[in-house]
Write a protein that binds this ligand. Structure first.
Ligand SMILES: Nc1ncnc2c1ncn2[C@@H]1O[C@H](COP(=O)(O)OP(=O)(O)OP(=O)(O)O)[C@@H](O)[C@H]1O
Ligand SMILES: [Mg+2]
Length: 413
């Protein structure tokens, strides 16, 4: 009988009990170190069970600080209590990174109230916004009760589509007869309210809650909690959780990053056929994650940014470190000529160098040269296992020309 290629994988022993628990979208029932945030949100939302309107809220915090998880958890508990007490409360969560126009958010809200009455779907496009809004109000009134509208990653929507939607949603209560609403906005940009009309800002910001980044100790507790039930007992070597937590704490205390490290480290151990996960697997996982994150960053660089990065790499290929802006610019100009692009001014290229620095692809340190002014020292910081040249060529074939041509390099004095 022919062997199936999957037989081998299926017969391998696994170190996971349930990998789902470590995934981002799993909603844990215990959220260590978020008691006070849970309590503040619940303290406000309990009004809905008392027949009152909760205050609108804005939740802030860095990425991976647990904003979405905490909000979902509290809303689920609120709905369960509402059912138990026969007080209709409903939460509707919209991810504004995916659903990012006023029309789409309103139609999404309207359509999520559809199933109860088997009414028609609001089309994806085509209706005037007023009609969608009117339909949403009608459907809410049909059901009655209190609606908690959660606009997750709201800063994306405001940046893209302005604040009309927020103005309309925060004035819904004036149009509703038997239903009531409260709006919760979630953002990882503390400054997003700067873009808002003062009226919208004051209506939405009735209550602000800030989620502080987790520290390494807190991340360890979160990882221990999440590893229970997801990993087999005793497979983690001493120091594995501490290392995952420490690395994620350096990344602004991102719980998502800590969970990824633990999951990928365990996968690495499993692939190697090892019985335990060690710190070496964590390092391997860290490299892989870094690599996976860096590839899309490099391939989506605009052409001019790619040319500047290529100029840095070509200088390094020539044996230089601590490259100066002039040396990058010189090679960049030659590269532009080879592929028929207009070269930008040195000043603009200097701005592109700072962008590459912000993206973590190079480091550009400004050093003072006394009375000769200041200059930059540029080095690439792309990990060895990431082939930037290959990625740039794959995403933009004319870059191949850039890398195979010869260059005159400035001679250093
Ligand atoms: N206290 C916690 N306990 C257990 N898991 C947590 C905790 N905080 C966050 N997580 C988990 O970490 C991951 C990221 O959390 P979440 O998505 O809530 O972050 P966020 O603050 O919404 O980030 P972003 O701003 O990027 O949307 C999720 O998988 C979540 O379940
Ligand atoms: Mg989130």
């Amino acid at each position: 009988m022919n062997r199936n290629i999957f037989d081998d994988f299926l017969s391998r022993k696994t170190l996971f009990l349930n990998k789902e628990i470590l995934r981002h979208d799993h909603l844990p029932q215990i959220l260590p170190h978020r008691d006070s945030e849970i309590e503040s949100i619940a303290f406000n939302l309990v009004e809905a069970l008392n027949g009152q309107i909760p205050s609108n809220m804005t939740l802030y915090g860095v990425t991976g600080a647990g904003k979405t998880a905490v909000t979902k958890f509290v809303c689920n508990q609120l709905e369960a209590k509402g059912r138990e007490k026969n007080r209709p409360v409903r939460s509707i969560m919209v991810n504004c990174r995916q659903i990012d126009t006023q029309y789409r958010v309103l139609s999404h809200l309207g359509n999520s109230l559809r199933e109860e009455h088997e009414i028609d779907e609001i089309p994806f496009t085509g209706w005037p916004t007023d009609r969608v809004f009117g339909e949403l109000v009608r459907r809410m009134d049909l059901n009655g009760g209190v609606y908690i509208i959660v606009l997750d990653e709201i800063d994306h929507l405001v940046r893209k589509a302005g604040d009309d939607l927020l103005y309309n949603l925060t004035s819904l209560n004036a149009s509703l007869k038997s239903a009531r609403t409260c709006v919760i906005g979630i953002s990882n940009d503390l400054k997003f309210t700067d873009f808002l009309d003062p009226r919208v800002r004051s209506r939405l910001g009735q209550l602000d809650i800030v989620f502080n980044p987790y520290d390494a100790g807190q991340l360890q507790d979160i990882l221990r909690q999440r590893s229970e039930g997801s990993l087999k007992d005793e497979i983690l070597d001493d120091g594995v959780i501490a290392l995952c937590a420490a690395l994620a704490a350096q990344e602004h205390g991102d719980a998502r990053c800590a969970l990824d490290l633990l999951r990928v480290s365990t996968e690495k151990a499993e692939q190697n056929g090892d019985d335990t996960v060690t710190q070496r697997h964590v390092r391997m996982a860290q490299h892989q994650i870094e690599r996976d994150q860096m590839i899309p960053v490099i391939s989506s660089l605009p052409s001019q940014q790619k040319l500047v990065l290529a100029a840095v790499l070509l200088n390094e290929k020539n044996g230089l470190r601590n490259i100066q802006t002039g040396e990058v610019y010189d090679v960049y100009q030659q590269a532009c000529r080879y592929i028929g692009h207009n070269a930008l001014t040195q000043r603009r290229v200097s701005g592109l160098i700072s962008n590459l620095d912000m993206l973590g692809l190079i480091t550009a340190r400004t050093i003072s040269k006394g009375r000769y002014g200041r200059s930059k020292q540029i080095n690439s910081c792309i990990p060895n296992n990431v082939d930037a040249q290959e990625i740039m060529i794959e995403s933009e074939s004319e870059m191949e020309e850039v890398f195979i041509r010869p260059y005159r390099h400035q001679s250093r004095l």
